[in-house]
Design a protein around this ligand. Structure first.
Ligand code: UDP
Length: 242
């Protein structure tokens, strides 16, 4: 059993703690929700518990698919044990349907199926409001090498292939999602791992038949029944392993 030690960082939705094993950290999932670069703040009741459980199940599936990720164990309702990673300051967004900032940028209605999954990079920097960048920018500014980006794109595509089919069979459309990656410095040298979380905070999930939004857009856009949407995704994801 690992011991939780000092708080290392507190983010918008999670707190990161050191443990007595230098290779391992604890992610603590909070109920806090933010949007629009933290200009909008609130809480979603039990979101931390729900997101920890959803993320656990999805990381376990991805591990079985051979997708390298930081998940080690779920320690409690709100705590996840993960491999320590130096997070690459990139938000990797993969889109299957047109929605959110891309719909806005292109001046189109949300909902069209994109002809192929579209990948975007954002520079993870709160002070700058996470601006969108391209692969050249990421390389030119030393965020990642060309080879790293190739690996990131391959993993992202595999995550999309898996999650899209997974959610589809439970009647949910995976519209888009955001991933983060990090370098884990293990004994055998650094390895690139999928990190952070995979939850309705960072994915757009629409009911396939009604197109109802089942994700953080309910909070961002004040659509109401936020908790209900998270609970529904939670129940479906839990049912997929029972
Ligand atoms: N996303 C995220 N964190 C961010 C920005 C986006 O998790 O800081 C997720 C978001 O939930 C959606 C996808 O990335 O699933 C694409 O988001 P988009 O660029 O459309 O931005 P938004 O409309 O959320 O501002």
């Amino acid at each position: 059993m690992v011991m939780r030690l000092d708080k290392l960082r507190e983010g918008k939705a999670k707190i990161l703690y050191a443990t007595d094993d230098p290779q391992l950290l604890i992610q603590y999932f909070k109920d806090d929700a933010t949007a629009f670069n933290a200009q909008k703040r609130g809480t979603i009741l039990n979101k931390g518990v729900i997101n920890n459980h959803i993320s656990t199940i999805l990381f376990q599936f991805l591990t079985r698919e051979g997708i390298p990720n930081h998940f080690v164990d779920r320690l409690s309702d709100r705590e996840m044990l993960v491999k320590r990673c130096d997070i690459i300051p990139l938000e990797v967004v993969q889109r299957n349907l047109l929605a959110g900032s891309l719909a806005k940028r292109m001046g189109r209605e949300e909902g069209a199926v994109l002809p192929f999954p579209v990948l975007e990079y954002y520079y993870k920097n709160d002070a700058l409001g996470d601006p969108m960048i391209n692969a050249d920018h990421a390389v030119a500014f030393g965020l990642a090498s060309r080879e790293d980006l190739t690996a990131i794109e391959t993993i992202t595509r595999r995550v999309n292939d898996f999650l899209r089919a997974y959610f589809d069979q439970m009647g949910i459309c995976l519209v888009d999602f955001k991933l983060e990656f990090g370098w884990h410095k293990g004994s055998g040298g650094p390895t690139l791992l999928l990190a952070d979380e995979i939850t309705p905070d960072g994915c757009r999930l629409w009911d396939k038949s009604t197109r109802e939004k089942l994700d953080k857009d309910r909070f961002r856009r004040d659509l109401g029944r936020v908790e209900e949407a998270y609970q529904r995704v939670y129940r479906l994801v839990c049912a997929s392993v029972s």
